[in-house]
Design a protein around this ligand. Structure first.
Ligand SMILES: [Zn+2]
Length: 69
């Protein structure tokens, strides 16, 4: 199985959309746990990395090259 590539500040699509109707999440923290923020309503959730990789569908926007904040 291919490992999903994602990085800080990438915008990702999850398998399930947020109840607000948006399915675009920005990665705002990397680590053992990943924190993502809904781009629709600014709600943020922290989920374990493995769970995140299972639930993530694809990367919508690669933030590659952006300076680290
Ligand atoms: Zn939302």
């Amino acid at each position: 199985m291919q490992r999903k590539q994602f990085g800080l500040h990438d915008v990702v699509q999850m398998k399930k959309a947020h109840p607000c109707g948006t399915n675009a999440w920005k990665v705002i923290r990397m680590g053992m746990d990943i924190r993502i923020k809904c781009t629709g309503c600014d709600h943020s959730v922290m989920i374990p990395r493995l769970e995140f990789e299972r639930k993530m569908k694809k990367v919508l926007i690669h933030a590659e090259g952006e300076p680290e904040a």
